[in-house]
Every structure is written in C-alpha cells, then in structure tokens.
Design a protein around this ligand. Structure first.
Ligand code: MSP
Length: 525
C-alpha cells in the first residue's frame, strides 16, 4: 500500500479578487487529488487563504474598511469560486484562525528558546508587492530595483532575525540527496543556484508601528511576525500539528503532522525562491522535522493573458468567473488542465478557450456520446446486446481503452494531467473514426448485419463509460451527466483497479441522449 498523499496549494493572498492563476492551481491540485483517490489512494487536500500582511493592510486602507472586513469579503469571493469550480478541499485554511495563530506562536517561541532568533538594527530595502527584503543581487543593470518589485522602500528598524544562514549547508546537502524535492528539474537547478548565493539571515518581525495586521511575537509584543513565516506554517497548523486532542495525543510522527504522508505543496514559480525552497525547509528543519518527512514541491508555470503578463496595473487580470460564464465550470477546468503542460507557462486567449471547448469537448467528446446514444436508440431500442462479432477496428479501440489506466498512472507520476487528457480525447477521436469506418448507419439497413451493429454500439458505449470514469477528476459534473445518459454509475468504492472491459452488461439499458457541451459561438467582431 502506498503512502497517503497530503496535497496542498499555496494559500491565496486576500489582497484582491481571485484570478485565473489562482483558479489553475486549485483545479490542478483538486484534479490530482481526485485522480489519486480514483486510484485507491488515501488523499488529504488542503487549501485556503492568506489573510495577514502589509499588502492586505494597505488594500483595506484603500478600500476604507478594517482589515477584518476586507479579508472577510475577499475570502468569500475565493470560497464562492471554489464552490462554483467544484474545487473540494478536505481542509480549509484561514490564517486568522486562532488555532493557526497559536501554532505560529509556538514555532516562534521554540526558535526563540533554542537560540535561533536574535534582534538587530538594520537599514534594508523592502518590496511590499513581494513581501520580501531585497539585496544588491536583486538590482537590475542600471543599479535600481525593477518594476517587478513594485514600490521599494528603504527601512531602518530594529527587528528579530532567524539564523537562516546556519542551516544553508544542511539545505545544500538535502537538495543533493533528494533531487525529487522540486519538480520540474529546471526549477531544482534554479533553487540549488539560489541556495549557493544566499547569505542573509531572515527578518521575521515587523514593528507594530507600521504593521498591526499580523500575528504578535509571543516574546516581544512590539512586533508582529513576517507574513511568510505566518503563511508557510499553514501547511502544518491545519494538519493537526501539536494537536493535543485525545485523538492525536500519542504524537507518533513529528508532532502528528502529515501522519507519515507523501506531502506535496503545489505552488507557482514565483514563490519557489526564497519562500518555499529556502525559508520553509529551513524552518521545518530548525524546528526538528526529520529529513525523511520533508515535503516535496510541485512548481507550476505562469498563465499569461492574451500574450501579456497578467497584472493589476495593466488591467488585464482575468476573472475565472467570466470564462466559466461562457463554457461552464467543467469547460474551464478542462481548458486550464488541457492547455497547460504542468511546470511550463501558458497563454490564455479567447481562441484557445473556444478551440478546446468547441473542437475537443463539443465536436469530439460530446458528439461521440450523442451519436452513440442516438444510434443505439434507433438500431437497438436503447438496449445493448453482447455478440461475438469482432474486427481489427473493434480490437484496436478496446486495446486503446484498456491501455488508459496504466498510461494515466505513468503521466501522473510527473503530474502531467494534460497528457492524461490528451489520451482521453485521442480515444474519443479514435471511437469517432471507428464509427466513420464501420458506418453502422449503413449496416443497420441490412438485417444480416444485426450482430455487427450491436457489437459496434457495445464498443462505443463501453468506451464512453471508461472515458466518463477517467474524465471525472477533471470534469466531475460532465462525467456524472455522461454516466446518467449511459445509464451507468460507479458502485461506491470504485477504483481504477475495478476498471475492466465489460462494465456494461448484456441487456444494459442506455439512458436518453442530451448534448452536454453545447457549442459556443465566437464573439462577434
Ligand atoms: N499568499 C502567498 C502564498 C503563501 S503559501 C504559504 C501567495 N499568494 S498569491 O495570491 O499571490 O498567489 C497564490 C498562488 O497563485 C501562488 O502559487 C502563485 O504562484 C499563483 N499564481 C499567481 N499568479 C499566477 C499566474 N498568473 N499564473 C499561475 N499561477 C499564478 O503567493
């Protein structure tokens, strides 16, 4: 039995409305969690929102409301989007939760008590947009800080520092011994280079004189903690860390967190270095997490919008709701996962959205379902009949369908959901070609071909049943509709291991056809 999978996503800043990048990441993690469950694995999926920090305080000030009111409003927008998009986490994070606050404070106290923190006065440059200290290596060729940092301020303050540099040799060795710490490989190389260049301890406090919207240091009430120290801790605080309830009081694994699971954090490329690739493993190591329990990182690429970087200042931030309004929630989930090769960047354009939806979902998959059910109704009265009729085309379609589960497992070892979808659409394409080649609409005119027609319908309906099962993690609603029309639903506890040719019995009654992906017309010029 494989280890349980504990999958998390980066928690989204509540300093603005959700956009396409947020949606992609949550849909990716949700689909992976559903695929692993379908394969019989135990999965826990955690996501949520990051509510503290300077950016949030500033956005609230601008909106003329308290940070509490501001984050409640944005949090509601994220929750509504996840509900609409069928993103169904097992655990939900809000960093203002008192339990999380207590765990962040307990880690800070532990680091303080073990001599890992010290106080000093410094002058430094700070980017609020990235919530990050900058050094000379962040300057561009002209010696300034580029626009990617937003407003950069010079601060002279006394603050608390974490002895990050003491742990860099450990991190270097860990990366060398565990090359699977980061996927994909090019991101690991970047991280290794960044660790080699890292030389500063981490400022983990903010004076309350300039930031009040955060978690107070338990040993110095003039300060709140740095938002990344707070946010990263969500991965353990919402996973039962130091949970003293009777159910977990035995504390066998590292203070019960992650319960010996394979832990994967799904994050975008912008927050690998330094937050998830340097700060987080070092925080965990400094607090005693054994190397064998270190999480892994799945680093996905960036969505651009119609050829440009998405940004508030360019005014081209894409609201996922606006796409779901046109192609539905399943259409959007499919687009996001089919269009982006996990780990690489992608571009969202109206043409690509419509191409994926109209050409693949409507013309190939939806059409296959519709044609099959209509013909089966017409030629077989909607009742399947097993026959011994076969042909190379029959065998090839069955072989393709039977190859899908293993191919899927192989693709998912490196999180390549787009390849899984490619295989499924290819199978539907092959089934459509099988119809064109066997031409059941002609055969049906000849009573002597009755077995031949029944065998074609049986192969098509069986193929569609398998496709509905394998598409369910990406398009849960459409898959359920397919199954309703096919007159079949998986028995409870159904997994990939139960998938076999012959799910639809002799005499199986098919349901009524009705288009599930109605075509969408391109907008008029
Ligand atoms: N709050 C931090 C994460 C804390 S995790 C302990 C944060 N929030 S964010 O709202 O800015 O971004 C949330 C996630 O969305 C990140 O993984 C980020 O990489 C991802 N994306 C933000 N914009 C994106 C695109 N344009 N494309 C793809 N993903 C992007 O960072």
């Amino acid at each position: 039995m494989s280890q349980p999978l504990f999958i998390t996503t980066a928690i989204d800043y509540t300093n603005g409305a959700p956009h396409l990048g947020h949606a992609y990441e949550k849909v990716l993690a949700d689909a992976i969690a559903r695929y692993q469950r379908l394969d019989g694995q135990t999965v826990y999926f955690l996501t949520g929102v990051d509510q503290h920090g300077q950016k949030v305080q500033q956005s609230a000030e601008k909106a003329g409301v308290s940070p509490q009111v501001y984050v409640a409003e944005i949090t509601a927008q994220f929750r509504a989007l996840w509900e609409r998009l069928d993103v169904q986490p097992d655990g939900w994070v809000e960093t203002t939760d008192p339990r999380h606050v207590a765990i962040v404070q307990s880690l800070l106290q532990q680091l303080h008590d073990s001599g890992q923190l010290y106080k000093k006065n410094t002058r430094r440059f700070y980017s609020t947009r990235q919530e990050q200290d900058l050094t000379d290596k962040d300057r561009d060729a002209s010696g300034g800080f580029g626009p990617e940092w937003g407003e950069v301020v010079e601060l002279e303050e006394e603050n608390w520092y974490f002895k990050l540099t003491e742990h860099l040799p450990w991190l270097r060795a860990h990366l060398q011994a565990h090359p699977d710490f980061v996927f994909p490989a090019n991101r690991l190389t970047q991280l290794v280079n960044a660790v080699a260049a890292e030389g500063m301890d981490l400022c983990i406090s903010r004076p309350k004189s300039r930031l009040t919207w955060g978690i107070e240091l338990p040993f110095d009430s003039d300060y709140v903690t740095y938002v990344w120290f707070d946010a990263l801790t969500n991965y353990i605080s919402f996973a039962g860390f130091r949970d003293a309830s009777p159910a977990t009081s035995g504390l066998p694994a590292w203070d019960r967190t992650w319960q010996g699971a394979d832990v994967v954090h799904v994050i975008g490329k912008d927050i690998l270095i330094p937050a998830h690739g340097i700060y987080w493993p070092i925080m965990l190591h400094a607090c005693g997490l054994p190397d064998a329990e270190m999480p892994r990182l799945l680093v996905h690429g960036w969505w651009n919008a119609r050829g440009e970087k998405m940004s508030k200042s360019l005014g081209n931030v894409i609201d996922p709701n606006s796409i779901a309004d046109v192609i539905g929630s399943d259409g959007l989930r499919y687009f996001l996962l089919a269009e982006m090769a996990t780990g690489q960047d992608s571009d969202m354009s109206d043409e690509r959205v419509l191409f994926r939806y109209n050409k693949e979902l409507a013309d190939i998959l939806g059409n296959l379902l519709n044609r099959t059910l209509n013909m089966a109704k017409k030629y077989l009265g909607g009742t399947l009949r097993h026959t011994s009729f076969g042909s190379p085309g029959h065998a090839a379609l069955r072989a393709k369908v039977e190859s899908l589960p293993n191919a899927l497992r192989e693709h998912l070892r490196t999180w390549q959901v787009q390849k899984v979808l490619g295989d499924l659409i290819d199978t539907a394409r092959q089934a459509n070609e099988f119809i064109d080649q066997t031409a059941p609409f002609k055969l049906a005119k000849d009573p002597a071909e009755a077995d031949h027609v029944a065998s074609i319908m049986g192969h098509l309906a069986e193929t569609l049943t398998h496709l509905s099962i394998l598409l369910q993690p990406v398009m849960p609603t459409a898959a359920a509709k397919m199954q309703q029309q096919l007159g079949w639903s998986p028995p409870s506890g159904f997994t990939l291991a139960d998938l076999h040719w012959g799910l639809l019995a002799d005499g199986h009654r098919l349901g009524e056809p009705s288009p599930i992906f109605p075509k969408v017309l391109p907008p008029a010029d």
